[in-house]
Design a protein around this ligand. Structure first.
Ligand code: MCA
Ligand code: AMP
Length: 507
């Protein structure tokens, strides 16, 4: 038995002095240098008693060392569990505990705050900073250079990625070796990535987009990445001339378009711009083409499935659509109630099936059965239609979800938080159009009778408990929430009422 991901993504680069990472200071990391670090890190994991199948929870800044930790987990058959750097201690407590992580790697600056969380979960705590320093790095330094990759089957877990749920409780999506490898292969083929490509990588590496779509694709293709810690407009503009391709969320592209230096000359040499994680407005697609001559290639995916559909490399990249199913992936549009397949052109729930579809939710068999049918079809919760030419358009969401700058926010989670605050009788959370983030969070609060809500206290509590991107950017206090005759809160009505709040002020 072999280790399919190691064999495809890493083994071909062993000993190769080709450039894998271009770092912001102009230095580079070769494939061979990266793999040496990964093997040493794998030895450190083994020395700490982390065994195949164990989970390693990772809450660290983006760095080559963090990426080497991912590679080390793949090599040693350990399940990689990356966590958004914006998560607060309260949020992390749940993820580390729920996953039963054997090891928790956090930033050195937060080690003290994280110690009780690791302690409660029975996880060992190590640190890794954005500059590469920390107790993990110290341990790696003393390790041997050789590591024999641990054998894994295609059904073995490679990663656990938490995604929020409509109930307010996050679910760990179990991604197998097959899921990740089949998707990387499909994307390299569809998007024509080769060893000559240099990808501008400004995405975080704790989500599917930056880790599996961007990084796995580049590892498989053998190209290089301009590996930036975050999306910073000046740095992206400065580094673009070195790149051949770029992947981003729509906010990256609207920010670039807001700068007149981003023009035809700066982008003439580029082979491809790809967008995903949130809807790209057709207007942005058209503006981008008018400014640069490039048609952004939009694709669609989910944490549970990695990528499902993509506009074509050759052929018409249609604004407002997400293109065709990837090779090996099937999609269908079904009635949300009966689950019967609908005729071409009708709108319904999008179902997906293929080697990309995850194995289920971590320790949530019932939730898994609700969303992943026994015949392999996964119910995405997205509303879509497929036209006569086969193009898929995401027309809305059956799930109550806000996507802000490519990050998902489930209103239920924020409502549960707000309802628990002193003076709040009830709350409703909705997304409103936002010029930078696409959508942002609006909270509508109803006070307890005879009480005045202390908004400053709520803001402070939100800062302590909720990741920054989830915090409401507009809060309204009303006497009552609009309800239908069944007593259900009319969110559509609220969305209409608060539609313009972020247009009137800087969000
Ligand atoms: C940061 N802030 C945000 C967001 N990001 N607020 C709302 N939405 C956001 N997305 C807040 C911070 O809390 C902070 O608030 C303030 O903005 C400044 O923080 P900073 O980190 O400097 O922000 P930024 O650099 O401007 O970040 C915006 C960003 C970033 C570049 C759009 O969010 C980003 O890189 N997004 C990519 C997300 C992504 O990779 N998604 C893929 C998910 P305060 O000052 O109040 O503290 S995977 C997925 O969806 C599927 C699989 C798919 O199809 O890809
Ligand atoms: P996540 O939970 O981060 O995996 O987000 C997945 C969700 O993002 C999908 O279910 C869609 O609602 C949304 N999404 C991703 N890509 C696109 C896209 N290109 N257009 C519209 N929605 C998208």
């Amino acid at each position: 038995m072999t280790n399919p991901l190691y064999d495809a993504l890493f083994a071909p680069h062993e000993g190769q002095d080709t450039v894998f990472l271009h770092l912001p200071d102009g230095s580079t990391v070769t494939h061979a240098g990266f793999l040496l670090k990964a093997r040493q890190t794998a030895n450190a994991l083994t020395a700490f008693g982390v065994a195949p199948g164990d989970r390693v929870a990772v809450h660290v800044e983006k760095s080559p060392e963090a990426l080497a930790l991912y590679a080390a987990c793949i090599m040693s058959g350990v399940v990689f569990l990356p966590l958004n750097t914006a998560y607060t201690a309260k949020e992390l407590d749940y993820f580390v505990g729920d996953s039963g992580a054997a090891l928790f790697v956090c930033d050195p600056a937060e080690a003290e705050a994280m110690a009780p969380i690791a302690g409660a979960a029975g996880a060992r705590l190590l640190t890794l900073g954005g500059d590469g320093s920390g107790s993990l790095t110290d341990a790696v330094a003393g390790q041997g250079d050789d590591f024999a990759p641990v054998a894994r089957g295609e059904d073995d877990l490679a990663a656990l990625l938490y995604t929020s749920g409509t109930t307010g409780r996050s679910k760990g999506a179990m991604l197998t070796q097959r899921n990740l490898l089949s998707n990387a292969r499909a994307l390299v083929e569809c998007w024509r990535f080769t060893e000559r490509d240099v990808l501008l990588h400004a995405l975080p590496i704790f989500h599917s987009h930056g880790l599996f779509v961007a990084t796995n694709v580049m590892l498989l293709a053998g190209g290089a990445m301009i590996f930036l810690p975050k999306f910073d407009l000046e740095t992206v503009l400065a580094k673009l001339p070195m790149a051949t391709t770029m992947m981003g969320v729509p906010t990256f592209y609207t920010r670039l378009l807001d700068d007149p230096r981003f023009d035809r000359d700066l982008t003439a040499h580029m082979r491809l711009f790809i967008s995903g994680s949130a809807p790209l407005l057709a207007e942005t697609h058209r503006q981008f083409e008018a400014r640069t001559g490039h048609r952004i290639l939009e694709r669609y995916g989910m944490t549970e499935t990695s990528m499902n559909t993509s506009n074509p490399y050759d052929g018409d990249r249609r604004a407002g659509t997400v293109g065709f199913p990837l090779p090996g992936v099937e999609v269908r549009v079904c009635d949300p109630e009966t689950r019967a397949e609908l005729p071409v052109g009708e709108t319904g729930m999008l179902h997906v099936r293929g080697p990309n579809v995850f194995k289920g939710y971590w320790q949530m068999p019932e939730k898994t059965r609700e969303e992943l049918q026994e015949d392999g079809w996964f119910l995405t919760g997205d509303l879509a239609k497929i036209d006569g030419d086969g193009y898929v358009t995401i027309v809305g969401r059956g799930k109550d979800l806000i996507i802000s700058g490519g990050y998902n926010i489930y209103p239920k989670e924020i409502e549960l938080f707000l309802d628990a605050q002193p003076g709040v009788k009830e709350s409703a959370v909705i997304g409103a159009p936002h010029p930078d983030f696409g959508e942002s969070v609006v909270a509508v609060l109803v006070p307890e009778a005879g009480t005045e809500i202390d908004l400053a206290a709520i803001e402070a509590a939100a800062r302590a408990d909720l990741a920054g991107f989830k915090r409401p950017r507009h809060v309204a206090v009303v006497d009552a929430l609009p309800r239908n005759t069944m007593g259900k809160v009319q969110k559509a009505e609220l969305r209409k009422t608060y539609e313009g709040v972020f247009r009137q002020k800087a969000g």
